[in-house]
Design a protein around this ligand. Structure first.
Ligand code: 5GP
Ligand code: MG
Length: 191
């Protein structure tokens, strides 16, 4: 790791080079803007924040410390099972034990890429009679997004490149890096 004015300039994870892209300070400011949006929208609604593990732990912590409103937070995991039937894979939300009927739910993601994950979460919530549901994400790749559902609350839009840091990992490593680092290779595929 090498020092730079905003923190770390570059880092190697599993032998691949990532370079500093968004400083921790910029990210905090962007999260503050999302907090302000939510503060207005959910005043008196006692929202239930639903963080998608593992990556959303960082965004959830930073966002909620900026929110001055009555709210709750819980975390879920998205798990896919490949059944033996022809129906293909089945996706389940693990860990959702709260009674969410009638609640204003805000799904918290680390990054929305193609939107496949968020679509699964929406599917799982569709028969739960929530009062409303919206998505807040730390990072959004608009060029990669393929779903219709609007991603209403975005801290930072990023290009269609692989990034790590602030909760996001590359094969387990890099979640603890402050700010966001981008893979220094021309690829459009998650690595
Ligand atoms: P989606 O289902 O929207 O295509 O992708 C969402 C999931 O893919 C994210 O929750 C994350 O786990 C992973 N992902 C997509 N793009 C990136 C990226 O640039 N970096 C990292 N670390 N994970 C990513
Ligand atoms: Mg994720």
């Amino acid at each position: 790791m090498e020092g730079a004015s905003t923190g770390i300039a570059s880092v190697e994870l599993h032998g691949r080079a990532f370079v500093g892209f968004i400083s921790a300070n910029e990210l905090e400011q962007a999260i503050g803007r999302v907090a302000k949006e939510l503060q207005v929208k959910y005043a008196d609604k006692r929202p239930l924040f639903l963080g998608v593990l593992n990556g959303a732990y960082f965004f959830a912590a930073k966002l909620l410390e900026r929110l001055d409103l009555e709210c709750e937070l819980t975390f879920v995991k998205v798990a896919s099972y490949h059944g033996t039937s022809s129906s293909g894979s089945v996706t389940q939300l693990i860990g959702l034990n709260e009674k969410i009927e009638g609640r204003h739910v805000v799904v918290l993601e680390d990054i929305v890429d193609t939107g496949g994950t968020i679509a699964h979460v929406m599917d799982s919530l569709s028969d739960r009679h929530v009062a409303s549901v919206s998505v807040a994400t730390l990072l959004f790749k608009p060029e990669a997004y393929k779903q219709q559902f609007p991603i209403e609350h975005v801290a930072v839009r990023v290009p269609d490149r692989f990034v790590v840091g602030s909760g996001l990992d590359y094969d387990g490593l890099g979640r603890n890096l402050p700010g966001i680092f981008i893979l220094n290779e021309p690829t459009h595929e998650p690595v």
